[in-house]
Design a protein around this ligand. Sequence first.
Ligand code: FUB
Length: 339
Amino acid sequence: AASGSQPAGAAPDSAGTKFLSKPLIKDIYTADPSAHVFDGKIYIYPSHDIEAGMPENDNGDHFAMRDYHVLSMDSIGGKVTDHGVALDIKDVAWAGRQMWAPDAAFKNDTYYLYFPAKDKQDVFRIGVATSTSPTGPFKAQPQPIEGSMSIDPAIFTDTNGGSYLYVGGIWGGQLQRWRTGQYDASNPKEQEPADNEVAPGPRVARMSSDMLRFAEPMKEVKILDQDGKPLLAGDKSRRFFEGAWVHKHNGTYYLSYSTGDTHLLVYATSTSPYGPFTYQGIIMNPVQGWTTHHSIIEQQGKWYIFYHDTELSGKTWLRNIKVAELPRNADGSFGTITP
Ligand code: FUB
């Protein structure tokens, strides 16, 4: 996440804007919607944006969120219910500040909330909290997941039951500080690698059966171009920035993500949850506001994208979530939508 203005030069729209919708909820500011269907109902796990009075900068200090609310609806277009505070930073022993984009899973008769926050040393880690209800309240584990890093956890459960946690975001998300495998705080400018170097990919690890730990060290996910070459750091409109989301369709794994400072949502495909993924194209052109962050679900044969913009406030750090139908072709490829 960062500040700044939006560039011109978005890719052409292949689907029109007719599917785009209104803010799902106006009483609170919400962002980074991770949507899931649990027991036939749609649950959304967003960030809860607040006016914290922090300076706007490329580290994302102005995103100083302190709790999570879970939202639900029976169907797309139906009434949205805010279930109140599901987890508060004061109840997370290890967390210092900034509860950013969460995600959730259901397994072992338990709902798991995965969330990033900075620890007391100001290093982003991923925590996990559990509940017997999809809407919480969630009880956080006393420590972050060992070996976790960076931001934007996305949990994907494969058809064989294995679950994988994807994480990562550059700049304020700190992923570039983990290049050596160890956290390196000596890079105060949050610089990316040089333009001709390989862009950092998101990280992934398979979860243990109790969903509370990694079953293996995190590995880097490679994203390649159509010629099989890794995307370079200078390839700003295609390289990974933050906000990974993984789903599987007809045996193919789809990794979608934000390109950050070029403001696109794009996708890549693979035959394995570990990748390598091959870049395919743009899902969504830039929204109003600096960031967007999405999730994708299928409901009754249609595909939907949850995302955010700043329609309600006009402020980068006070966002509102939306949902739109996502055009999908018979071969699984996506059309591009333009807000
Ligand atoms: O909400 C804070 C950060 O902004 C998220 O972690 C990023 O994905 C961006 O949306």
